[in-house]
Design a protein around this ligand. Structure first.
Ligand code: 5GP
Length: 363
């Protein structure tokens, strides 16, 4: 199944701090004093089967270790390099802008540190900002597969766009601040807003004004939806008609019907759902029913560091568990081009690229 690795892929649901390398996390943890380190080390090294509650505890810990400008820059660089190395050609990276007055960090300076990370990637060409007319030649187009074969020096390229996350712990004002920041940062590749954070906390009504404002201003919106049993919130979210939703686990029949009729694409995070014990096993995962019903789906990692996975691994799990072949998996990947939040120019580039790969792979 080497083709799960070599095939071009799109990652549309990756949280920056959740995608941190384990080695980086452990290295950062060694800066703690001995007692704190031994506590942290235990949590970090417990890879398997952390409940959703434990995962959010781990995120608080990760944030203590990672929330300074230089570390945010470093993690961004590493995460982009890791995705590019497994042939992800388009990455929509999401992160919660954080404020920490004690180190002079504002939500804006946090995102600037992320942008610095994108600029500092040197192992691959990164296209992260929308093109103005005169900067169209800034980067090479995605190398065609024939070129790849003929020219060993041809560099890999990855498109990266950013989503700013609203954390469910935040107030309406804080959520609004994030949306305004996203609007200011559009020229640097911010394309949308995500709602995430502990799903057992907070009320839909708190975030709604900011999400409505985001949409009015032309930002794209994706929501974490149905991670816990909350039928009313799922209804409210579907009524809002986001452009994509993530997870969609605790859906009842009428939610499913609504989702189906609205055709909203779902970001599927298989390993994450199983590791957090939200779904008992791969066989019991809703992916297969929705795939058979031809609902728009995209495979994603969620938190590749926290759940020790990769996008290629998610493809492999799906291919092996549900008996999908190279062609079906390629089409699953290619279909995701239609769900991205970047502009039509990027979509067109990706369509052309996938067509050329399909020809080369004789699909
Ligand atoms: P960050 O936004 O700090 O870059 O990435 C980590 C954050 O993403 C977590 O603190 C949490 O708010 C959010 N997150 C990561 N994984 C999940 C998930 O599976 N579900 C939800 N609801 N939020 C998540």
């Amino acid at each position: 199944m080497e083709w799960c690795f070599s095939m071009p892929k799109l990652e549309l649901h990756a949280h920056l701090n959740g995608s941190i390398r384990n080695s980086t996390l452990l290295e950062l943890a060694t800066a703690l004093d001995e007692k704190d380190f031994s506590e942290v080390e235990h949590v970090i090294l417990k890879y398997d089967d952390r409940s959703l509650k434990e995962v959010f505890k781990l995120f608080d810990l990760i944030h203590i270790l990672t929330t300074d400008h230089d570390t945010v820059t470093r993690i961004t660089k590493e995460v982009v390099e890791d995705f590019a190395s497994e042939n992800v050609v388009y990455l929509e990276l999401r992160t919660t802008p954080k404020r920490n007055d004690s180190i002079g960090m504002s939500k804006r300076s946090y995102i600037e540190a992320v942008l610095k990370g994108l600029r500092s990637v040197n192992s691959v060409d990164v296209d992260f900002a929308p093109h103005s007319e005169d900067s169209k030649t800034f980067l090479n187009p995605l190398p065609s597969t024939t070129e790849d074969k003929c020219n060993r020096d041809s560099r890999k390229k990855i498109f990266v766009r950013l989503l700013l996350s609203i954390d469910r712990r935040e107030t309406t004002e804080a959520a609004m601040e994030t949306v305004k920041l996203a609007l200011e940062m559009r020229q640097y590749g911010v394309v949308g807003i995500d709602l995430s954070g502990n799903p057992s906390i907070g009320e839909w009504i708190t975030y709604l004004p900011a999400l409505k404002f985001a949409r009015e201003q032309g930002l794209h919106v994706t929501l974490h939806c149905g991670e816990v049993r909350n039928p009313k919130e799922i209804h409210n979210m579907l009524d809002f008609h986001p452009e994509r939703i993530g997870h969609a686990i605790f859906f009842e029949e009428e939610h499913w019907r609504k989702l189906k009729s609205s055709n909203i694409p779902v970001e599927i995070c298989l390993t994450s759902n199983i590791r957090t014990l939200s779904v008992p096993s791969v066989d019991a995962h809703h992916f297969v029913d929705w795939y058979n019903a031809k609902h728009p789906l995209v495979l994603c990692t969620d938190d590749s560091g926290v759940f020790s996975t990769s996008l290629s691994n998610e493809y492999k799990i799906v291919a092996m568990s549900f008996g999908l072949g190279r062609k079906e998996m390629f089409e699953l990947s290619r279909n995701a081009v239609e769900f991205i939040f970047a502009d039509n120019g990027v979509k067109e580039d990706l369509r052309t690229y996938f067509n050329s790969v399909a020809k080369n792979m004789e699909l």
